[in-house]
Write a protein that binds this ligand. Structure first.
Ligand code: HEM
Length: 436
């Protein structure tokens, strides 16, 4: 399996195009002989040796509890070299924060390193080509500004009554016997809300979930030809559906987000049809996958700690403590020294968001779930110009969904020990069996 196939965990809907650049290998390969050695400061401007760590991202123990590995990684310094990904990883809160915000690094692959896309994957990457998550300014600026204009805080706040009604309706349908809270609650809340926001008919929600799951599976550490074939089929279906749906909305606009995006103009430039399709797919995919798993992981944590009082601080702690997305990568655009490490154009750096969230230099007793914890800002929504567009919506959904759940089901308990899915691209539960 090649390095690019092994890499997973980059969110959004699209995995990076390729693995580690030759430049990175050149810079770091000589250090491989230092495996197991402690970091040693070198003289002059030579970089400090980056310590290597081995950890299969699909090892069962790791998938169930990645936090001990993150502790080990942080103990090595701001960066470690994760052998299985063949990549430098920022692991301290300070360094993750820095890398996400430093404009000498970004999500877009430097053109000279853009790999040839295999023919069979072209439809998937054609969609990616217009994703704001994979672009840098100036294209990123325009796309993001348009989405933000349609995605105002007033629009989001206005969704609160709707979210609450939906949550109550879902609780009304809870069975008397043990059931999976993920499928009965955590999944429908964000899927229905993002569908409504975009104006996509709710009776297509099952298709959206199916397409989205198939596309997001492209990130997983164990990508197979079948996963690729399913992702391509899902991409084609999703694009065809969006194309016909957008055509309908062009003729008869309503007050939904798709109509707003169609009409939105930034400096006189409308979104092209392909940009519009990708943006809708990104919002639909990003708009539910991460929230489903934050709601699942969060409910598990709250039940395990017998916490039922859902304050804003409690929601923030849920987001810090066990987030669904642990790894986001950045390309290096110019030679840069970060802490005691030097990187060259074309290198890639992975930011381990969940490792940063447990940094003891920043959070007191970071492994303790403390619903009254105050700041600093966790890194679960990323940072810098790619900071999650949906963070206000996700926070609102989490707050209301957890409030309603614990108000309506004061005796909610785990019906079996929760198990995380054995993939690293989403740190989320396979199911969450509970009884009321
Ligand atoms: C708890 C739930 C969520 C989590 C943990 C989460 C996490 C993230 C993270 C970490 C990034 C930044 C990636 C990077 O810096 O490379 C991101 C970006 C993004 N998220 Fe979310 N997200 C969540 C919910 C949502 C929702 C509800 C939406 C949409 C309605 C959304 C839409 C997006 C979009 C469009 C981007 C790309 C922004 C850009 O590139 O400028 N997310 N999200």
């Amino acid at each position: 399996m090649c390095a690019s196939e092994r890499r997973g965990g980059t969110y959004g809907i699209f995995p990076p195009r390729n693995g580690l650049s030759p430049l990175s290998l050149r810079l770091f390969s000589p250090f491989k002989q230092w495996v197991g050695h402690l970091q040693s400061l070198s003289c002059c401007d030579k970089p400090v040796v980056m310590q290597e760590l081995n950890q299969s991202p699909t090892a069962p123990d790791f998938v169930q509890d990645p936090y001990p590995f993150y502790d080990q990684a942080r103990a090595c310094g701001d960066f470690v070299w994760w052998t299985e990904y063949d990549m430098a990883c920022a692991v301290s809160h300070k360094m993750v924060h820095t890398v996400l915000r430093d404009r000498r690094m970004g999500r877009e692959c430097p053109p000279e390193l853009a790999p040839k896309i295999p023919d069979h994957l072209v439809p998937f990457y054609n969609v990616e080509a217009h994703s704001m998550l994979e672009l840098e300014p100036p294209r990123h600026t325009g796309l993001r500004a348009l989405v933000l204009r349609a995605f105002t805080s007033r629009t989001i706040a206005g969704l609160a009554p709707d979210i609450r009604t939906l949550c109550h309706a879902l609780v009304d349908q809870f069975p008397d016997t043990p059931f999976d809270l993920l499928t009965q609650y955590a999944q429908p809340v964000p899927v229905v809300i993002i569908s409504r926001l975009l104006g996509v008919p709710e009776d297509r929600a099952d298709d959206l979930v199916r397409w989205s799951n198939a596309m997001v599976a492209m990130y997983q550490a164990r990508r197979t030809p079948q996963i690729e074939a399913d992702a391509i089929a899902a991409t084609n279906d999703f694009v065809a559906f969006m194309r016909s749906y957008i055509a309908k909305r062009r003729k008869t606009p309503t007050d939904d987000l798709i109509s707003t995006l169609i009409a939105a103009e930034e400096d006189g430039e409308k979104l092209s049809e392909d940009e519009l399709i990708t943006t809708c797919i990104l919002l639909l995919n990003a708009g539910h996958e991460a929230t489903v798993h934050t709601l699942g992981n969060g409910t598990k944590t709250l039940l395990e700690h017998a916490v039922k009082d859902i304050t804003d601080a409690c929601v923030e702690e849920v987001i810090r403590f066990d987030p669904p997305l642990h790894m986001f990568t950045r390309w290096v655009y110019e030679d840069v020294t970060l802490g005691d490490q030097t990187f060259k154009r074309g290198d890639q750096i992975a930011c381990l968001l969940a490792a940063a969230n447990r940094d003891p230099l920043v959070y007191e007793d970071p492994d303790v779930f403390d619903p009254t914890r105050k700041g600093p800002q966790n890194t679960s929504f990323g940072g810098g110009i790619h900071f999650c567009v949906g963070a206000p919506l996700a926070r609102l959904e989490l707050k209301i969904a957890l409030e309603v759940l614990f108000e309506r089901c004061p005796d909610l308990k785990l019906a079996e020990a929760p198990v995380y899915g054995d993939v690293y691209h989403f740190h989320g539960l396979e199911r969450l069996m509970v009884s009321t």
